[in-house]
Design a protein around this ligand. Structure first.
Ligand SMILES: [Zn+2]
Length: 249
């Protein structure tokens, strides 16, 4: 009896896990674009991002994408960490880092690109921050913190099959929309800003980014702020760090 119950639980867990694995492919039509790959496919003055149907979703000036990749390369070099920069669609600013299909990726959405524009100091701060989450292995710690609790939740009420779906859903959310601890956010802010500075960018760029995000956050929901809460304290400590770095010259 007990054996059967556990077998049932395990099979539900497996169904849940496979749902978590397959949902991204089913629900979001457009996979994030590998920026360098797209950049290298053309030598025209414009870089086009196409959807699966072959329609143009976004066009950027080639010089703009080249400059972003330049920031990306410098940040990767300084941090001694390699990963793939991707763009994705989105109407509210967001950026995240993670592992997908064996690849380490940093993803920035179109709304965040609009917010950053040509402030490459802010780009350096953002990319430095995201790469720090990867390099310092924050995903693993964040998942470890959450998954056991979710399993416990689900086991307590395993008579309800819908819990398996909830569990799959929460896994899916966790893997792409991590809630980092404040400690991890501070660590990434610190490393990201220092790397941006060492790569030759103004560390005040990160401060400008957070001020702009906080302004948008007041008007509507900004997904980036859910996983990376902007606060006065955060802006203050980033400003203090930027001043300290600049005074070292
Ligand atoms: Zn973060």
């Amino acid at each position: 009896m007990f054996y059967n119950q556990s077998m049932k639980s395990i099979s539900r867990l497996l169904i849940g896990l496979s749902l978590a694995l397959f949902l991204p492919a089913v629900t979001c039509g457009q996979e994030p674009w590998d920026v360098r790959k797209i950049f290298l496919t053309t030598d025209e003055t414009e870089v086009r991002f196409f959807n699966k149907k072959g329609n143009t979703v976004r066009i950027f000036a080639r010089s703009y994408i080249r400059e972003i990749l330049n920031v990306w390369d410098r940040i990767q070099e300084i941090s001694s960490y390699r990963s793939v920069l991707k763009f994705t669609t989105g109407s509210a600013p967001n950026a995240y880092a993670g592992k997908s299909g064996g690849e380490k990726i940093v993803v920035v959405n179109f709304a965040m690109i609009e917010l950053l524009e040509t402030d490459f100091d802010a780009w350096a701060g953002l990319l430095g921050h995201e790469i720090a989450h990867l390099k310092l292995n924050h995903q693993r710690a964040a998942l470890k913190r959450k998954i056991p609790l979710k399993i416990v939740d689900w086991l307590i009420d395993r008579s309800d099959p819908s819990k398996a779906v909830d569990f799959a859903g929460s896994l899916l959310t966790n893997s792409i929309d991590m809630n980092y601890s404040r400690k991890h956010e501070r660590e990434s802010d610190y490393s990201g800003t220092v790397w941006a500075y060492q790569a030759g960018y103004d560390p005040m760029g990160t401060v400008r980014l957070h001020e702009a995000l906080a302004k948008q956050g007041q008007v509507g929901t900004v997904p980036f702020l859910r996983s990376h809460p902007s606060s006065e304290e955060r802006v203050q400590s980033l400003t203090a760090l930027a001043r300290k770095l600049k005074s070292r010259k």
